[in-house]
Every structure is written in structure tokens, then in C-alpha cells.
Design a protein around this ligand. Structure first.
Ligand code: ADP
Ligand code: MG
Length: 627
């Protein structure tokens, strides 16, 4: 029969090159990757055989065998799992079809040119390289596989240099056998002590036996019992971390580990991790949760929508229950009331554990910076837990450095402040400089600076926190008069405003003339009670979408949502006062009005509508000032 030679996808070749050269100091992990794949393959067959017992071919004693042939320099990792047919060998081992490696390659490509070893390492840390790690220790890799339920066996071979071959292979047992021709500097992996040590360190938690085989003799080297089913006191932090690496296909360490056994009406065990680093697929549009569901140690699915809500999709781990039937169909799981109940128990526990960590501000900030934007989705998706979630939220703010929680925010409100004020935009830096908050700052009123896209959505529903409403500063200028603020603020520029609170006629007239000059570019021009040092600002008012949301939607080609655009002018500012006088004298204030609007746009983070006109007006104005 023929041997076919095929090429690796270009990205695979590049990846292989990097793996081999960057990871030389962490060679041990090749074994964990191959054992992990073998264990996944057994899990998959075990599940498939529930509905189709013939697939197991009478051999359901799943295990991973390690065989070393010191004379020939060969190390074999064999499993009796589901196996691969020809097409799967080509797809799984020759392309970067599976998402982890694909993202990895994309991230590498984004580096332009040759990434250095350190950067590559950190990327590998994020994505993992799975099967390809075999080439760190082997000059040549042969994969012999027969898929459960099929009769033909296949052999895949490569030296990792660009090509691989595929050919039929007679008499292959079911499952996959990976034969590594070890490199000269990797011969240590032929020694039983080395293999024992690595399996103990990285693969002890694997739920099936990993055996060292020497002819008929087999020695089981791992504990081979599901880690999540063991009592907490018997599991070390290192074992938890290694299990997390395996189950989460992750390379960072868990930020939080929650191990629970629930008994009573429903029985289940959960071993759930919050990662330290953002998984690469966190913002994928499918927003799928990734916990694995087991029934009595049998893997059922890692695609169980009803288990935990999508705002907790960053969780990794397993849930195992004896209360579901083994042959439960994956399709109906989403609506299964038992699954929902287990999910609810789990979510409560995980949120409580996350909350407990909040006392350690630095550690909590790590979590919040990685996952806060996702957790906030729950504020509008999970009505029941809104209060809990708001308690877990942290924000940047105009008066404080670092993150603050809502409880602290409320505790520090000055007399007369009723609402929780916020402003949305692209970055906290830009928001801090936004004139809209000047008056708030002058009165010692802290403003939450919200910079995640999701903030536009939950704030739009304005769920109250401890009876305090969230209010956008855009529409809240008028509230300021009621807030006393700190005594020192009596001297703030605002004090220049007339005592009687009546609108000044000259300013009102100026506002009308400006609106006439600006036409439909603004919805309204009105005197401001919030500005101290800036002459103008652009706000969207309380109703409808904010200016920031309008920009976000536009960036995603979703037009149609229009924010109200209110240009507020500062009666206490010398430019506005002078302009009001000139207007009263009958001067044309149109150019000045346009310049002020464009200036407000720039500060708000919007482009000026007509850059040429802006430049012309600015030049004319400078000429007047300079000569
Ligand atoms: P990952 O395990 O993250 O999917 P790998 O690079 O480790 O990535 O493996 C790529 C794919 O090759 C796996 O998803 C699986 O489909 C297939 N595969 C690897 N090893 C085996 C094996 N021992 N048995 C069956 N399939 C395997
Ligand atoms: Mg793998």
C-alpha cells in the first residue's frame, strides 16, 4: 500500500520550530501532554460506549501504557481509547484546526518576524502546544492508531520538519500508540525513575491507570482515582494545580480553587477553578461555559449550557453527580432541572468564595482585572444574584486611585448626595479629564469611571444598589446644587454664579444664538451648573444612549442609535462671559460657537466633524489674538 506524504500547514511548521527551540528547559511536559490526550481519548470512548457498547470491543479496562526500549531509544505512550482514522490523523496532527493551537499561531503571527524565546514561552503558557510538544524530545514521532468501530489502522509519521506521512497499518489494536524516537539529549526519558517522577508530578490525578509496562509486567504509577472525588484533606495544592492544567488545558496557576461535595437532596462533587489569566476565548461570541460534566466518573460533556451562566464562563473544572442516568442525552441536559439545581448550588458557592478573597485587595484586583468585565454581564442577566454581583464589583473612580467597591463608595458620599454617579468612556485617564465631572470633583463627589463595553448595558437598566440609583453624570448636572460638598469648596469658581439661581438673561440669549448657529449638530445648548474650569462640555443627557455607546455601536457598524447631544456652557468662564457680551452687542458668534463645539467633541473623544473648517476657524481666531 502507498505511503502518502503531506505538508504541515505553514503555521504548524512555525509552531514546531518554536516549541523545539523555546521550550528546551521544560521538556518534561511532553509526557503530561501525551498522557492527557490519551486520557481524553479514553474518556471519549467510555462515553460513546454507553450508547454503543460494541465500540469497546470487549476491552473497557482503559489505561495508558508507557513502554521504554532502552536499546532502541524508543518511548511508547499507548492508550486503548477512541483512536483516530486517517482523516482525523491528518486534521488533528497536521493542521492547526483545534482552537488552542490556532490562537497560539495567530498570536505568534501578530509578533511580526521571529519572536524571542521568552515571548514564545509566555504564549505557550497561555495556549499550550499539546501533541506537538513530542518534538521537543523526539527526532521522529510515529502515531499508530485505529479508531473504535473501524477496521483499518493507520500510521502517521514525522520528523517535525515540514512533512508527515500517512500509510495504512495492519493489525493495529484499537486506540493510539505514540512511538517517540528520542533525541540524544532526551534519553533520560527511557529510565523508569524519570517516568515515575514525571507521572507522579504531572499526571497523578488522571482517573485511569498510567502503567509502566515491561513485557507482561505492569506497574501502576499514578493514584488513578478521580481527584475531585477525594477528600479535600488528601489533596495538595500542587495536585490541584496539575489537575487544573489538565482539565482546563491551561498553563497558568489557578487563582482560586473551590472543591466541594454536596450531599442531601442532590449529591454532587465539584472541583472548580478560577484561572489567573484570561483564557484566550473569553470573549468568543458563543460565550459558552466550559465546565465538564461527569456522571459517576464517566465524562459526559464539556458543553452543558444549563450548568453555569455564561458570565461565569471563565471557570474551569468538573462537576460529577451520581444522580443523573449515565445514558442521559447531551441534548436535553440544558433543560434538565437537576443540572440547573446543581448549577445553582455551585454558582452560589463559587461567588461566595470569590467574595471572601476580596479582603486581600491586591489579589482581588488580579481577578477583577482579568474577569470583571465578564462578571458584570451577570448584573443584567442574573436578576436573582444582582445584589451579590454588585457587591463583587470594583470600579475606577475620579477621586480615588485603584479599585473601589460600592460599599466604600456609599460610605464616602458627601451630605446631600443621593445617587451613585458614573461616566462611561474608553479609558479612565480620558474620563478623569472630562469636563463633565468638574463640578462633581469640586464638591468632593466621587464619580465611577466605567470603561467596559458591558457597562453601557447594565447601567442602562440602572439596578439600584442598597436603594441608591446609578445616575449618569451626563444628566445629573442639576443634582449638584443639592449636594453640600466639602466646606473648602465655597471658594470654587462656581461661587461666582449668581446667588438667586435664576438663569442669567445674557447667557440664555447666547445659548439660543449658539443653537441657531450650530443647527442640528446639537440637540440643545444650555447653561451648565457642573463646569468649573472648562468653558463647555458635551453631554448626552439622561434619556437614551450615551455618547460613548453611540461611538461603540458605530465602531461595530451598528448605526441608528443616536445620543442626544447637549452642549453645556459655563456661565462663570471668561470666554463664555465675553462671548455673551459680544452677542448682546450684535456680533456674529457663529465661528466661536463652532470652535467651542469642536473643542467639546475632542475632549469627549469624538472627531471634529469638519477638520478643515475647524482649522480655518482656529487660525482666524489666533490671528485676532496674536496681532
Ligand atoms: P488538545 O488536546 O488541546 O485538543 P493536542 O495537540 O494535544 O490538543 O491534540 C490535538 C488533537 O489530536 C486532540 O484534540 C485529539 O483530537 C487528537 N489526539 C491527540 N492524541 C490523541 C490520542 N491519544 N487519541 C485520540 N486522539 C488524539
Ligand atoms: Mg492535548
Amino acid at each position: 500500500m502507498t505511503v502518502e506524504t503531506l505538508h504541515f500547514q505553514a503555521e504548524v511548521s512555525k509552531l514546531l520550530d518554536i516549541v523545539v527551540h523555546a521550550l528546551y528547559s521544560q521538556k518534561d511536559i511532553f509526557l503530561r501532554e501525551l498522557i492527557s490526550n490519551a486520557s481524553d481519548a479514553c474518556d471519549r470512548l467510555r462515553y460513546a460506549a454507553i450508547t454503543e457498547p460494541a465500540l469497546a470491543e470487549g476491552d473497557a479496562a482503559f489505561k495508558v501504557r508507557l513502554v521504554s526500549d532502552e536499546a532502541a531509544g524508543l518511548l511508547t505512550i499507548a492508550d486503548n481509547g477512541i483512536g483516530m482514522n486517517r482523516a482525523e490523523l491528518i486534521e488533528n496532527l497536521g493542521t492547526i484546526a483545534h482552537s488552542g493551537t490556532r490562537r497560539f499561531a495567530e498570536a505568534l503571527a501578530a509578533q511580526n518576524g521571529k519572536p524571542d524565546a521568552k515571548k514564545a514561552l509566555s504564549l505557550i503558557g497561555q495556549f499550550g502546544v499539546g501533541f506537538y510538544s513530542a518534538f521537543m524530545v523526539a527526532d521522529r514521532v510515529d502515531v499508530i492508531s485505529r479508531k473504535a468501530g473501524e477496521t483499518e489502522g493507520w500510521k502517521w509519521s514525522s520528523d517535525g520538519a515540514g512533512d508527515f506521512t500517512v500509510e495504512p497499518f495492519d493489525g493495529a489494536p484499537r486506540g493510539t500508540r505514540i512511538v517517540l524516537t528520542l533525541k540524544d539529549d532526551a534519553k533520560e526519558y527511557l529510565k523508569p525513575e524519570a517516568l515515575r517522577r514525571i507521572v507522579k508530578t504531572y499526571s497523578d490525578h488522571i482517573d485511569l491507570p498510567v502503567v509502566l509496562a515491561d513485557g507482561e509486567k505492569e506497574e501502576t504509577v499514578n493514584t488513578a482515582s478521580a481527584l475531585w472525588a477525594r477528600p479535600k484533606c488528601e489533596v495538595t495544592p500542587e495536585q490541584y494545580a496539575e489537575f487544573y492544567h489538565h482539565v482546563g488545558h491551561a498553563f497558568d496557576d489557578p487563582w482560586l480553587t473551590v472543591h466541594m461535595h454536596a450531599e442531601g437532596a442532590i449529591e454532587y462533587s465539584g472541583l472548580v477553578f478560577v484561572p489567573t489569566e484570561r483564557p484566550f476565548d473569553l470573549f468568543d461570541p458563543d460565550r459558552k461555559q466550559r465546565l465538564k460534566l461527569y456522571v459517576r466518573r464517566v465524562f459526559i460533556t464539556d458543553d452543558c449550557e444549563g450548568l453555569v451562566p455564561s458570565y461565569l464562563r471563565f471557570l474551569k473544572g468538573v462537576v460529577d453527580t451520581p444522580d443523573l442516568p449515565l445514558n442521559v442525552s447531551r441534548e436535553t441536559l440544558q433543560d434538565n432541572p437537576l443540572v440547573r439545581k446543581i448549577g445553582r448550588g455551585l454558582v452560589s458557592r463559587v461567588l461566595a468564595e470569590i467574595g471572601k478573597t476580596a479582603e486581600d485587595k491586591e489579589k482581588y484586583a488580579e481577578f477583577w482585572e482579568a474577569f470583571g468585565a465578564v462578571l458584570k454581564e451577570g448584573i443584567y442577566e442574573d436578576f436573582e444574584r444582582r445584589a451579590t454581583l454588585l457587591d463583587l464589583c470594583r470600579f475606577q473612580s475620579s477621586l480615588k486611585d485603584g479599585w473601589i467597591g460600592l460599599a466604600d463608595y456609599l460610605a464616602e458620599m458627601p451630605e446631600g448626595q443621593e445617587h451613585i454617579y458614573y461616566l462611561t468612556g474608553d479609558s479612565a485617564e480620558a474620563l478623569k479629564a472630562n469636563p463633565q465631572i468638574e463640578g462633581f470633583t469640586a464638591k468632593g463627589v466621587n464619580v465611577l469611571l466605567l470603561t467596559d463595553a458591558i457597562d453601557e448595558f447594565w447601567t442602562a437598566m440602572a439596578p439600584p444598589y442598597k436603594d441608591r440609583k446609578f445616575a449618569s453624570v451626563g444628566g445629573a448636572g442639576a443634582d449638584l446644587a443639592r449636594i453640600k460638598g466639602a466646606a473648602a469648596d465655597e471658594t470654587a469658581p462656581e461661587a461666582e454664579k449668581p446667588e438667586d439661581d435664576k438663569p442669567r438673561a445674557d447667557i440664555a440669549a447666547l445659548a439660543t444664538m449658539m443653537k441657531t448657529a450650530l443647527g442640528d449638530e446639537v440637540t440643545e445648548v444650555k447653561p451648565s451648573s457642573r463646569l468649573t474650569s472648562s468653558p463647555v462640555c458635551l453631554v448626552s443627557g439622561d434619556a437614551g444612549v450615551s455618547l460613548h455607546l453611540e461611538r461603540l455601536l458605530k465602531a461595530h457598524n451598528r448605526t441608528g442609535a443616536h445620543a442626544a447631544r447637549v452642549l453645556e456652557i459655563n456661565p462663570g468662564h471668561p470666554v463664555i462671559a465675553a462671548l455673551a457680551r459680544r452677542a448682546a452687542d450684535g456680533a456674529d458668534i457663529a465661528d466661536a460657537a463652532w470652535l467651542l463645539l469642536d473643542q467639546a467633541r475632542i475632549v469627549e473623544g469624538e472627531p471634529v466633524a469638519d477638520a478643515a473648517a475647524f482649522s480655518r476657524r482656529l487660525t482666524a481666531m489666533m490671528e485676532k489674538g496674536l496681532f
